[in-house]
Design a protein around this ligand. Sequence first.
Ligand SMILES: Nc1ncnc2c1ncn2[C@@H]1O[C@H](COP(=O)(O)OP(=O)(O)OP(=O)(O)O)[C@@H](O)[C@H]1O
Ligand SMILES: [Mg+2]
Length: 281
Amino acid sequence: MTTTDKTLLDFAEMVRSHSVLPREDWAVGPLKVGVDLGTANLVVCVLDAANTPVAGITHRSTVVRDGIVVDYIGAVQAVRAMKADLEKRIGQPLTQAATAIPPGIHHGSAKAIGNVVEAADMDLVEIVDEPTAAARFLGIRDGAVVDVGGGTTGISVLRGGEVLASFDEATGGTHMTLVLAGAMRTSFAEAEAYKLDTGNEREVFSVVRPVVDKMASIVSRFLEDHPGIDTIHVVGGACTFTDFEKAFARHTGLTIVKPAAPLLVTPLGIAHYQQAGGQAR
Ligand SMILES: Nc1ncnc2c1ncn2[C@@H]1O[C@H](COP(=O)(O)OP(=O)(O)OP(=O)(O)O)[C@@H](O)[C@H]1O
Ligand SMILES: [Mg+2]
């Protein structure tokens, strides 16, 4: 198992069990905080100064859609509550944070995302591009990163550590659930629950497969303008399906790499961007 995958799996367990990295294991220096306001999930991650995860929390929510804050008060309340929960767990205030937006977002919408972080009483250090944050966590210097989230599929192309281009399209796990709800003649909520039950994975994947193919063709088209890419790293909750990489590989003809716990990659990457979130000791 790679170190990155181990970090991701350990962090997933930390989030699930509400546990905290023991204080004696924290690297000396300021803590770093990342706030990911996604369409399906809000995630707050805390890293130590050496980028080792200290604690994290996720909350399913619909206050943000495709990078646009649709319920500002609800978003602020949710981030405040998540922050308070983490502060209680780790025993110190979180004062600064970085956050992220899908690549194609309008300036005003980015500002609203930043305002949510500030209204939750954290100084905003940086607003980063989501797939680029994922690339940073994964340490990718060359290749493409595709973040298949709830509402958006974002892509960043990197060469020599530089981001050459980023792009996003309004498709993702929500689109998959809508297709499933149509096929099952049921509500969105029921289809979402059915989709998340891993016992139904094979059946669900066959139904949502056209959405995956469409995502792959969007990515392929974008990569036509960026020749020389041979590997795509897929992250985001909607690529969790076991056969996702196979379908993407068949469609794009490229090597597809998926980290363990793909849902947590972008949030952890966001936290890498800033230097201080309260003193560690
Ligand atoms: N095990 C799973 N199988 C299939 N889909 C999953 C699984 N776990 C999560 N998802 C889907 O992943 C999506 C959420 O992913 P993620 O948290 O990356 O999105 P987000 O960051 O909230 O959204 P966005 O980045 O598009 O604004 C949801 O549509 C959810 O249904
Ligand atoms: Mg996301």
